[in-house]
Design a binder for this molecule. Structure first.
Ligand SMILES: NC(=O)c1ccc[n+]([C@@H]2O[C@H](COP(=O)([O-])OP(=O)(O)OC[C@H]3O[C@@H](n4cnc5c(N)ncnc54)[C@H](OP(=O)(O)O)[C@@H]3O)[C@@H](O)[C@H]2O)c1
Length: 245
């Protein structure tokens, strides 16, 4: 059986760092054509562009804020011009936030909800005219959404809402042959000093059934499964990639 990602036209939001970057490079190495975006100026986007260039000329790194409708339309326009359509959309952008509920400002609530939920809606909606039959939409959630976590009510609320968005759109888009699923990572060690602080790593690892933190490759494996044809009869699901936390 083939993974079935070769030649697929893929949009990945937030592909210049972390999980998104691992996913973009895995797709490109597997023969997919990728458009990805980022928000800030800086070395991360240049580094990714350089790495993608070594894999071929068919990939594009675009600066676009996925919480802004105009930018999302422009991003969809890049996909249309580059590929003529899309087979896979990966809504990966997300931000964390930490504040006890009594100190959580409406502004911070909106920042997290806009980025983790509204952006997924905007990007999915703008991609619909481009998505081919048999297309796959993948939302990156978080397994903490269904467990709850103190001082992150806005984060877990945004990630839990993604599950409802996914399930409803699976019903709505299924007749067009479009699948939509959520991948819910646990605690991921992104390498260097990007994961949880050293004093927390051991404690968090012990909370998992597998006794270790996840890696970006662990998440990318699940993303590739949903992007490819092996998952062609799966829609509306949430797949936890959290080591059994
Ligand atoms: N890391 C974990 O342990 C973990 C656990 C559970 C779930 N997740 C989820 O996995 C996803 C990826 O997380 P991560 O930790 O890999 O993220 P990350 O390292 O912070 O990278 C985020 C990426 O998204 C881009 N981005 C952020 N805001 C954007 C916006 N408004 N418009 C366009 N691009 C934007 C960033 O670009 P710039 O740098 O240019 O802003 C960057 O490329 C998120 O949805 C997160 O909630 C992560």
């Amino acid at each position: 059986m083939e993974l079935g990602i070769f030649g697929k036209r893929v949009l990945v939001t937030g592909g210049t760092r972390g999980l998104g970057k691992t996913v973009v490079l895995a797709l490109a190495k597997g023969g997919a054509r990728v458009v990805t975006c980022h928000h800030s100026a800086g070395a991360a986007a240049d580094d990714l562009s350089r790495e993608l260039k070594e894999l071929g000329d068919q990939h594009h790194v675009v600066r676009a804020d996925v919480t802004a409708e105009d930018d999302v339309q422009r991003l969809a326009g890049v996909c249309k011009e580059a590929f003529g359509g899309l087979d896979v959309v990966i809504n990966n952008v997300g931000v964390v936030g930490e504040a006890p509920v009594g100190e959580l400002s409406a502004e911070e609530w909106s920042r997290v909800l806009d980025t983790n939920l509204t952006a997924h809606f905007l990007v999915t909606q703008a991609s619909l005219p481009l998505l081919a039959e048999g297309g796959s939409v993948i939302n990156i959630g978080a397994s903490a959404a269904l467990r709850g976590r103190a001082a992150t009510a806005h984060y877990t609320a945004s990630k839990a809402a993604l599950i409802g968005l996914t399930k409803s759109l699976a019903k709505e888009l299924g007749p067009r042959g479009i699948r939509i699923n959520t991948i819910a990572p646990g605690v991921i060690d992104k390498g260097g000093d990007l994961g949880p602080p050293p004093q927390m790593r051991e404690r968090l690892a012990k909370m998992t059934a597998l006794g270790r933190l996840g890696t970006t490759d662990d998440v990318a494996g699940a993303v590739l499964f949903f992007a490819g044809d092996l998952s062609r009869y799966i829609t509306g699901t949430t797949l936890n990639v959290d080591g059994g936390i």
